[in-house]
Write a protein that binds this ligand. Structure first.
Ligand code: EAX
Length: 321
């Protein structure tokens, strides 16, 4: 009798354990510090996912991973579950997405966010799938500005001869070459040291990145060129996606949209306070950049971009209201 009771108790315990649904850990990376706009967006994604799934899904966030290209490769291969990345290296995996990296394409944040959240941006997200990447939503990096350790930059001639680090992005590399810059493409993880050691004279990044990565410690001059809007995207591995039921897929997409809103708010906040903070950190800020001169200097490559991505596709983005 005692044995039977013990067996029943053990069976009940096993059933109770089985009733606690299995928990899945989502390992997710982003290149910048946890305090950055990517950290805010990624934490928002993970909190929303855990809340909506009653903790069936929990994240393990790895900030400061630096090498976005390596993270995208990991998500594609399934060795990493997700990453919140700029589009810098993306066109190496999904070539047609390079259209969003064209300098001076987006007028302002409202234009960029409207295009990306609308039909054009959603069509582009769908292009990732056939390349082994699930693009859940556009998050945001921001409008990029130039910094360097050598001199104030007001017009294109001022950047001639500077060694400037760029992302591993063919569109950016071609655009910078067109204005006489020696572009040095490298992973973000190597950038601070390269600036510190003078391997490169300058770089270009949005204010939120310049702030959170403390570039004021290694860069004297900031010029508000705003030469290109840098989208970001939340990518999930098909190895995770293909195990989800339809309800959980919708939940992941909704959590990514919550992340985008939080990340964009942090970008707004950094944009509002960042210039004053950088000045306080000793950075000389040029606000009267000759934007028209930069556009004119880059004009020859715009013809190449129109050939590569379709003049109609570019015009469709420019005309979006
Ligand atoms: O996405 O590589 C870069 O300059 C990116 O802007 C940075 O990794 C944040």
């Amino acid at each position: 009798m005692k044995t039977l009771r013990m067996t029943l108790v053990a069976a009940a315990a096993v059933m109770a354990a089985g009733a606690v649904s299995a928990q899945t850990t989502i390992r997710i990376t982003h290149a910048t510090p946890a305090t950055s706009h990517y950290g805010v967006g990624t934490q928002a994604f993970c909190a929303e996912l855990e809340k909506r799934s009653n903790a069936r899904f929990k994240c393990q966030i790895q900030p400061n991973t630096g090498d976005e290209r390596a993270s995208i490769e990991g998500v594609q291969l399934g060795s990493l579950d997700a990453t919140n990345t700029s589009t810098g290296p993306v066109s190496n995996f999904v070539p047609e997405v390079g259209i969003v990296d064209i300098p001076f394409l987006f007028r302002d944040y409202a234009h960029a966010r409207g295009v990306l959240d609308g039909p054009i941006g959603q069509e582009l997200l769908a292009r990732f799938t056939s390349k082994g990447l699930i693009a859940l939503a556009w998050t945001e990096n921001g409008f990029r500005h130039m910094t360097n350790s050598r001199r104030a930059v007001v017009k294109p001639e001022d950047v001639r001869g500077l060694k400037v680090r760029t992302m591993q992005n063919p569109v950016h590399i071609q655009a910078f070459q067109s204005i006489g810059v020696q572009p040095t493409p490298m992973a973000f993880s190597e950038l601070f040291t390269a600036l510190q050691q003078g391997v490169v004279d300058g770089q270009e990044n949005p204010i939120p990145v310049i702030l959170s990565s403390k570039f004021s410690q290694v860069q004297k001059h900031l010029s508000l060129t705003g030469h290109v809007y840098s989208p970001a995207v939340l990518l999930l591995s098909p190895a995770v996606w293909n195990k989800l039921n339809d309800a959980d897929k919708a939940m992941f997409r909704e959590a990514a949209r919550v992340a985008a809103a939080a990340q964009r708010k942090k970008v707004n906040d950094d944009e509002a306070s960042g210039i004053a903070q950088l000045r306080a950190e000793g950075v000389e800020v040029v606000t009267n950049v000759d934007g028209n001169a930069f556009r004119a200097a880059m004009a020859p490559v715009f013809a190449d971009f129109a050939k590569k991505y379709g003049a109609d596709n570019i015009k469709r983005i420019q005309d979006f209201r």
